[in-house]
Design a protein around this ligand. Structure first.
Ligand code: PRP
Length: 218
């Protein structure tokens, strides 16, 4: 194909809905990538296009972002490292965006500290069963009963569903307001950029240029 007839392919971004998406759009704006269409909060549109730069953007539930990227429905994704660890998809993690910083921790009432030290069989509630399992089974070598919850995980120890929780701690105020505390720290977390493995080869130049610009801006 000669240069004139060659069509530039759209690069598609999947962004985790919410604060991460807003922060990502701010960062992209800093490097000259804008998507005006996306700023209209009243719109029910799901996919947004920047025709000039041949880019598409869509918002998805965080845990679905690595899925879209693994299957190539999105070339690039932005999501928290908690989700990347939990979903364990075949994608390249290419950049720590430096925002959305928080920690994955084992939390509970102070009285649960002893249960952790003595490697007792305890109940662990979490939105992140894989991360919890990996931590207790492979790192601590402690057999535990993991209970999957979908949110408001702090309720677990309060209502007697579990002894502890494995959850994200940002400011720590949710824990504090509910009489819970950090008992053990599992790992630091932040927003990451992930790339589809085929796109990384086929669109290497465009993606590398984007990554370079992002590294300089962040
Ligand atoms: C997250 C997390 C904690 C809270 C931590 O919940 O699961 O509950 O934020 O933040 P903090 O340390 O600043 O208080 P999120 O608001 O995402 O909702 P969820 O409980 O429904 O998962």
């Amino acid at each position: 194909m000669n240069r004139q007839t060659e069509e530039i392919r759209y690069l598609t971004f999947a962004l985790g809905k919410g604060r991460l998406a807003s922060k990502t759009l701010e960062l992209l704006e800093q490097i000259g990538i804008t998507c005006e269409e996306m700023k209209d909060k009243s719109s029910r549109k799901l996919i947004f296009v920047n025709e000039d730069l041949k880019l598409k953007f869509f918002l998805a539930k965080g845990p679905d972002v690595p899925t879209y990227v693994e299957y190539g429905a999105a070339d690039i994704g932005v999501v928290g490292s908690d989700t990347i660890l939990e979903e364990n998809r075949r994608v390249y993690e290419v950049l720590d965006l430096g925002f959305g910083k928080c920690r994955m921790c084992v939390c509970g009432p102070a009285s649960a500290r002893e249960l952790l030290q003595h490697h007792e069989m305890i109940r662990v509630a979490s939105k992140y069963p894989k991360i919890a399992k990996d931590y207790f089974y492979n790192q601590k070598h402690q057999t535990v009963d993991i209970i999957k919850l979908n949110g408001s995980v702090e309720l677990g120890p309060i209502v007697g569903l579990s002894d502890v929780i494995v959850d994200i701690v940002e400011t720590g105020s949710t824990l504090k307001e509910n009489g819970l505390e950090v008992l053990e720290e599992i790992c630091p977390l932040s927003a990451r950029m992930i790339v589809n493995q085929v796109s990384m080869k086929m669109e290497a130049q465009r993606i590398k240029k984007l990554l370079q610009a992002l590294k300089e801006a962040k």
